[in-house]
Ligand binder design. Structure first.
Ligand code: CUA
Length: 216
């Protein structure tokens, strides 16, 4: 009995040896190999769809800036929104420890906006709720993103890359308002600016008088 078993084992070993010499692959190993190939195909399709159909991109293709001087020279020295053509806007946004400049972006409904975002200090993030705007903001690099706002509403934006103590305080809002509200706001602002300018001029006058009085 025991010798039978031994003989059986010996036969089995011989078969296995022959199988391994003829590149016989263990069925389990074969299955794992199939599984890896299927996974690679799935990843390939996912990356292709994300890159070409869904618009996922790596940061860095949209220009470089010097983070040490970006707040002094160029468009980020005065961050904000400008209308470059009817219904087309561009915004230069600064993500810095620990706030966004500007904190509020107001757009008329239907506006197409292109955002150029950079950071003078740390790595930050810029994600706008209810949109596919979601970028990393890397010092020295410009993250660019376009989006059309077709609905009136408030779209908060947040920093979603942990950047230190004040990380949670980094947020702002894109306000999308009706054409009429937008026009009314624009009117209000231009009146404000005129009033401010007058006030400033008066302030300067008073300062001058005070200064000359001191001199005398
Ligand atoms: Cu900036 Cu988190």
């Amino acid at each position: 009995m025991s010798s039978d078993v031994l003989e059986g084992d010996a036969d089995g070993d011989a078969e296995k040896l022959e199988e391994s010499l003829t590149m016989g692959i263990d069925p389990w190993e074969k299955n794992w190999m199939r599984f890896s190939v299927v996974m690679l195909l799935i990843f390939f399709v996912a990356v292709t769809v994300a890159g070409f159909a869904a618009g996922y991109q790596l940061p860095g293709d949209d220009g470089k800036v010097d983070p040490r001087t970006v707040t002094q020279d160029g468009p980020w020295a005065e961050p904000g929104v400008t209308e470059i053509a009817p219904g087309q806007f561009e915004a230069y946004v600064l993500a810095q420890a620990w706030n966004f400049a500007p904190r509020e972006i107001v757009l008329p409904v239907g506006a197409e906006i292109t955002l150029y975002i950079t950071s003078p200090d740390l790595q930050h993030g810029f994600k706008v709720t209810d949109t596919n705007i979601n970028v990393m903001v890397v010092p020295g690099q410009v993250s660019k993103m376009s989006f059309t706002f077709d609905e009136v509403g408030e779209f908060p934006y947040i920093c979603h890359e942990y950047c230190g103590q004040g990380h949670a305080a980094m947020f702002g809002t894109i306000k999308v308002v009706s054409e009429a509200d937008y026009a009314a706001r624009a009117d209000e602002q231009s009146t404000d600016e005129t009033t401010d300018a007058t006030a400033d001029a008066e302030a300067v006058d008073t300062d001058d008088t005070a200064a000359s009085e001191n001199d005398a």
